[in-house]
Design a protein around this ligand. Structure first.
Ligand code: RB5
Length: 152
């Protein structure tokens, strides 16, 4: 798969490390930044990654900030994005099977590097279960997006 990945200053070290793991798993990476320790704004990088996913330029997106919280909030504002904030392997598997999430957010200040790698590997390897009840619920999320869309 083609994976778009982005972080702010608080997530860039973990992003660098995950880039290597993801490539070793056989995926292609597009890293949209940030690469440095100067303070930057996580919504800018969330939108870079999510726009690629919505446009079909990336199959999935990964977002890392200090907690993962800001990234996940920003990502879920973008219609078509289903982003999960995940810090355990059980949720990484469940959110692919049940929610068909296309973006994953994590916090570098929350998880250690070993656990982060396991979470990413699980999330990338797990397929959506295609269960009728899950599809119905995702369609209800899409309906919420449509009902609350701004029409300028
Ligand atoms: C940056 O200090 C921090 O606020 C950011 O990385 C993230 O944790 C926000 O949710």
């Amino acid at each position: 798969m083609k994976i778009a990945i982005g972080s702010d200053h608080a997530g860039f070290r973990l992003k660098q490390q995950l880039n290597e793991v993801i490539v070793k798993m056989g995926h292609e990476i597009e890293d949209v930044g940030f690469n440095g320790t100067e303070s930057v704004d996580y919504p800018d990088f969330a939108s870079e990654v999510c726009n690629r996913v919505v446009a079909g330029k990336a199959d999935r997106g990964i977002l890392i900030c200090g907690t993962g919280i800001g990234m996940s909030i920003a990502a879920n504002k973008i219609p078509g994005i289903r982003c999960a904030l995940v810090h355990d392997v059980f949720s990484a598997k469940a959110t692919r099977e049940h929610n068909d999430t296309n973006v994953l957010a994590m916090g570098e200040r929350v998880v250690g590097p070993g656990l982060a790698e396991e979470i990413i590997a699980t999330w990338l390897d797990t397929q959506f279960s295609e269960g009728e009840r899950h599809i119905g619920r995702i369609n209800k999320i899409k309906a919420l997006e449509d009902r609350n869309a701004l029409h300028p």
